[in-house]
Design a protein around this ligand. Structure first.
Ligand SMILES: C[S@@+](CC[C@H](N)C(=O)[O-])C[C@H]1O[C@@H](n2cnc3c(N)ncnc32)[C@H](O)[C@@H]1O
Length: 271
């Protein structure tokens, strides 16, 4: 399967922030998100009329079994931005340890300021590049990513990294705008992305180019079914795709299968 690169029609960046592994495309995405960080949350709420909150809440619930409070669980919220999803994960699973990983120091700083003392004890914001996660293998029980994977330079490499840091049996939950495949969703995306998105995005952040990039990144992204194939190729099983709000967005859940080496080691331990 070939993965299209997200569009790079972005302003040139003045240079990479902290994280050293970031490539040219990543540096532009990073600079863009740091620039829009102060107005990002308000723009989101207005643009989606609050629906993004419901989407996140629903997606987050799939991370762990319904009865869990997250006891002993480590969860990575990847491309965490202003920590909206990290906070949602903390509300759903208050005993879980949550790492909010993102390569934009600006987005993480806005998020950090939203955390009260209790949330600060559970959520650790951490700068990281999704293509080279600074985390040990099998160190997370679940991994969440909302509206993040679409921005990545190398989706295949980042997906392999997600499989690496998840423990066998760990769950991946991805919420995003995949490339629309039906006529109705294509028409909706086309209209919305050329009207509401740039106008509201510009009004709240002052950055029109960023809100022109976002629709292009959707067009250049994989469809949910292509994404399913990629997950399979990187060792994920039990993959489910659920359309949200008439297929405008989708939540994809998958389980990280044990590798052959892990199975052999487990057999050896039993014998
Ligand atoms: C559209 S925002 C989503 C933020 C948050 N998950 C939410 O739902 O509001 C995308 C985020 O992905 C981050 N991002 C993009 N590429 C990344 C990469 N290679 N590594 C880490 N973070 C990345 C951006 O900095 C930005 O904060």
């Amino acid at each position: 399967m070939s993965e299209p690169r997200p569009s790079t029609h972005l302003p040139a960046s003045s240079g990479r922030e902290g994280v050293e592994t970031v490539d040219e495309h990543g540096a532009r995405v990073q600079a863009m998100f740091s620039d829009i960080a102060p107005g990002y949350d308000r723009a989101n709420r207005v643009m989606s009329m609050g629906i993004d909150v419901r989407w996140r809440r629903r997606a987050v619930r799939s991370l762990l079994p319904a009865e869990s409070r997250g006891e002993d669980a480590r969860i990575l919220d990847l491309c965490a931005g202003t920590l909206d999803s990290s906070l949602e994960i903390h509300r759903a699973f208050p005993e879980a340890e949550v790492v909010g990983g993102d390569f934009s120091a600006g987005m993480l700083e806005v998020g950090r300021q939203r955390l009260d003392a209790e949330a600060r004890a559970a959520i650790t914001p951490k700068e990281m590049d999704a293509h080279e996660l600074p985390e040990p293998a099998s160190s997370f029980d679940a991994l969440f990513c909302a509206f993040g994977v679409r921005n990545l330079s190398d989706l295949a490499r980042a997906t392999a990294e997600q499989a690496r840091v998840l423990r066998p049996g760990g769950r991946l939950v991805v919420l995003d705008f995949f490339r629309p495949t039906t006529l109705a969703t294509r028409a909706f995306h086309g209209l919305y992305n050329s009207t509401v998105l740039p106008v509201v995005g510009w009004a709240f952040t002052g950055n029109l180019e960023a809100y022109r990039y976002l629709p292009r990144s959707m067009q250049a992204f994989v469809s949910a079914e292509q994404y399913r194939s990629l997950l399979e190729s990187k060792g994920f099983v039990d993959i489910e795709v659920q359309g949200l709000t008439f297929g405008v967005a989708a939540v994809v859940t998958a389980v990280r299968a044990p590798t052959a080496g892990e199975l052999a080691a487990a057999k050896g331990a039993v014998a």
